[in-house]
Design a protein around this ligand. Structure first.
Ligand code: ATP
Ligand code: MG
Ligand code: MG
Length: 550
C-alpha cells in the first residue's frame, strides 16, 4: 500500500513535463492558522510534498492569514510542528500577510485599467444584485465610476478615512457571467481588526480570491492544489492572474477532500468540541487532528501510507476510519516490541511454585523477527492474569482458563485451575492453580498442546499503570450529516475508558513518549504525554483486529 498509485494530478504533471512545460514543480500547503491540522490536511500535505519529491522542485508552507479574526500564533506553531512531525521540510515559510503591500499595488493596477471599482452599496444590496444561476446580476450604480475616483476612494479606504463596511473594492468583470463568482466579486473590505502579524497597519483586508492566486504567483507556485469547493473559483483565479502584473502564472487543480466516518473534519466543528469541553483539547487522542492522532499513538508513516493508499480523485467519498487504523497496525506489527500487560488484573497463585523464588524467562521481543532481540521476564508464585481470561461457567468453546481447565501462560508453562476463591459478594478474587514444570520451553512436555495461551505478569514485579482505551468519538457514521440535529448530539459517551489498575511487565516502567509496543493480545499501546516514571500512563492506539468492521 506504500507504492504510489497513479492519479490524475500525477498523470497531468507527467504529461506537462513530457511537453517541456516545466523544469520543476513548486507547490504550497496553505493552511489558515485558525485551528490545528487534521487528517484531511494530511491528505493535502502528502500530495503537495509528493509531487515535487517525484518530479523535482519544492513545497512552501504558506500561512493563509488574510482573515484577521481567529488567527493565532499558537496555531501557526502547532501547524509547523505537525508538518515536521509528518516528516516534511518546506522550502520557505511564507505568510500571505507579507504580500499585503504587493496585493494593494495589484488592486491599484486593476483600478487604473478600469478593471475594479469602489462600490459604496451595503453588503446586502450587493448580494441581492448578484442574481441567481438562472438570472443575470444587476449592475451597481458605482460600476462606471471613473478610475481616478475609485483610486482616490480606495486610497482613502486604506488610509482609514471611512468606517467599516462603508464601501468595498470590486473587480469589474461580467454581471451576466454564468459563473456567479465572476459577477464583480469583492476584492477588499474595510475591517478594523487587529492582525496577529501586521497589527493595526491595515484596516482593509483582501478577499480569499484576491489573495490566494496572487500569493501563488508571487511564490512562483506552478501547481496550486486545492479542494473541490474552489473549482467554481478557478475562472476568477485565472482572470486575476491574466489581468495583474504578477511574476508567474500558476494553475489551480482541484481534488476531493478527505472525509472519514465516525468523526468530524471541519475546523469549525473541531473548535466547538474543544471550546465546549467535549474533549480535552486539540490533542485529545479521540480527535482527528494530527496532534490527537500523534498522542493516541499513530506514527507519521501510518498517516503517510494511509494518504497514499486513499489516492487523489475528483469525487467525494467517505473513508472508513478503520482504513487509517489498518495502516497503523501494518506499520507497528513489523516493528513494535511485544510486551505483556494486564488491563483488569485477577490474582493467580501457583501453589506448587516455590515461595519467594523468581524464575527469569527469556522472551522474544518479536515472534517473527529474532533480530529485535529478547528481554527477561520474572515469574513468581503470584501472578496476574486478565480477569476475562477466566470464566467460571464457561461455554464449551471458551479456550481460556476455567475451573479444572488448562491454559498455557505465554512464554512459560501450562497451568491448571484447581480452586476459585470468591469474596462475600461472590466476586472471583483469586485463583489457585498448579503448573506443570514439564511444559517449560526446553522440557520434554514443552510441545504439549492446550487450546489457549494467555498473558500474565508477576505480581511482585509488575508496575501499576493507568491505561486509556478509546472508542469512536461519535456513535453514528456521519455525525455532521444529520441536518435535523446538532452533531454534538451524536457524541459517544463511552469514547474514553480509563483503567487505573493495569499491571505492566517491569521493563515498561521507563518507556518514554514516542515509543510504541504491542501489548500481547490487547493491541498497540504508547506512553501518553501524561506519563511519568512513578505513574505510567499508556494509550491504546489501536486494537489488534478491526473490531469496528460492522
Ligand atoms: P476546514 O474546513 O477544516 O476549516 P479549510 O480548507 O478551511 O478546512 P485550511 O486551513 O484553509 O482549512 O486548509 C489548508 C489546505 O488543506 C487547503 O488547501 C485545503 O484545501 C486543504 N484541506 C482542508 N481540509 C481538507 C480535507 N478534508 N481533505 C483534503 N484537503 C483538505
Ligand atoms: Mg481555507
Ligand atoms: Mg476553514
Amino acid at each position: 500500500s506504500t507504492s504510489a498509485p497513479a492519479h490524475f494530478i500525477r498523470t497531468r504533471i507527467a504529461r506537462e513535463f513530457e511537453a517541456g512545460l516545466h523544469q520543476r514543480v513548486v507547490t504550497r500547503f496553505p493552511p489558515e492558522p485558525n485551528g490545528y491540522l487534521h487528517i484531511g490536511h494530511a491528505k493535502s500535505i502528502v500530495l503537495n510534498f509528493a509531487m515535487p519529491d517525484e518530479f523535482g522542485g519544492y513545497t512552501n508552507l504558506r500561512f493563509d492569514d488574510t482573515n484577521p479574526v481567529r488567527e493565532e500564533q499558537r496555531f501557526i506553531d502547532s501547524i509547523k510542528e505537525d508538518v515536521k512531525w509528518l516528516g516534511y521540510r518546506w522550502e520557505n515559510e511564507c505568510y500571505a500577510s507579507d504580500y499585503f503591500e504587493t496585493l494593494y499595488g495589484y488592486a491599484l493596477s486593476l483600478i487604473d485599467n478600469g478593471l475594479a471599482y469602489v462600490d459604496e452599496q451595503d453588503a446586502e444590496t450587493i448580494r441581492a444584485q448578484r442574481g441567481t444561476l438562472t438570472e443575470p446580476g444587476t449592475d451597481s450604480p458605482c460600476r462606471n465610476r471613473p478610475s481616478a475616483e475609485s483610486r482616490r476612494l480606495f486610497e482613502g479606504m486604506r488610509a482609514g478615512e471611512f468606517p467599516d463596511g462603508a464601501m468595498v473594492l470590486r473587480a469589474r468583470i461580467d454581471m451576466a457571467a454564468p459563473n456567479i463568482n465572476l459577477r464583480d466579486p469583492v476584492l477588499y473590505r474595510i475591517r478594523r481588526e487587529h492582525h496577529h502579524r501586521t497589527g493595526d497597519d491595515w484596516c482593509i483586508y483582501p478577499s480569499y480570491d484576491f489573495a490566494h492566486g496572487q500569493s501563488d504567483a508571487i511564490e512562483h507556485i506552478t501547481h496550486s492544489l486545492c479542494t473541490l469547493e474552489f473549482e467554481d473559483h478557478r475562472p476568477l483565479y485565472d482572470w486575476l492572474i491574466e489581468h495583474l502584473p504578477v511574476p508567474s502564472r500558476p494553475v489551480q487543480i482541484e481534488f476531493a477532500r478527505l472525509n472519514m466516518d465516525f468523526t468530524v473534519m471541519s475546523k469549525r466543528r473541531l473548535t466547538r468540541l474543544v471550546d465546549e469541553g467535549h474533549v480535552h483539547g486539540w490533542d485529545d487522542p479521540r480527535m482527528p487532528t494530527i496532534a490527537g492522532l500523534r498522542r493516541r499513538g499513530f506514527t507519521p508513516e501510518s498517516i503517510r501510507s494511509f494518504c497514499t493508499e486513499i489516492g487523489v480523485t475528483k469525487s467525494e467519498s467517505i473513508i472508513p476510519f478503520g482504513v487509517l487504523e489498518r495502516n497503523l497496525r501494518d506499520d507497528l506489527n513489523a516493528r513494535a516490541h511485544r510486551r505483556m500487560a494486564v488491563l483488569r488484573p485477577l490474582k493467580v497463585v501457583l501453589s506448587n511454585f516455590p515461595e519467594g523464588e523468581t524464575e527469569w524467562i527469556e522472551a522474544a521481543n518479536h515472534p517473527q523477527d529474532p533480530e529485535q532481540g529478547s528481554r527477561r521476564l520474572p515469574l513468581t508464585r503470584e501472578i496476574y492474569i486478565e480477569r476475562d481470561d477466566f470464566m467460571e461457567d464457561a461455554p464449551k468453546k471458551f479456550f481460556r482458563l476455567k475451573p479444572d481447565g488448562e491454559v498455557r501462560l505465554r512464554n512459560a508453562f501450562i497451568i491448571r485451575c484447581q480452586e476459585v476463591i470468591k469474596d462475600d459478594e461472590g466476586t472471583v478474587v483469586e485463583l489457585r492453580c498448579t503448573f506443570d514444570p514439564e511444559t517449560r520451553s526446553g522440557q520434554p512436555g514443552s510441545n504439549r498442546k492446550v487450546k489457549g495461551t494467555i498473558h500474565w505478569v508477576s505480581a511482585a514485579h509488575a508496575i501499576r499503570a493507568e491505561v486509556r482505551l478509546y472508542d469512536r468519538l461519535f456513535n453514528v457514521p456521519h455525525p455532521a450529516g444529520d441536518r435535523d440535529a446538532d452533531f454534538l448530539e451524536h457524541l459517544n459517551p463511552e469514547s474514553l475508558e480509563v483503567l487505573r489498575d493495569a499491571r505492566l511487565e517491569p521493563g515498561l516502567a521507563p518507556a518514554k513518549v514516542g515509543s510504541y509496543f504491542q501489548f500481547e493480545r490487547l493491541g498497540y499501546f504508547v506512553p501518553d504525554v501524561d506519563t511519568a516514571p512513578e505513574s505510567p500512563v499508556f494509550n491504546r492506539a489501536v486494537t489488534l483486529r478491526d473490531t469496528w468492521a460492522r
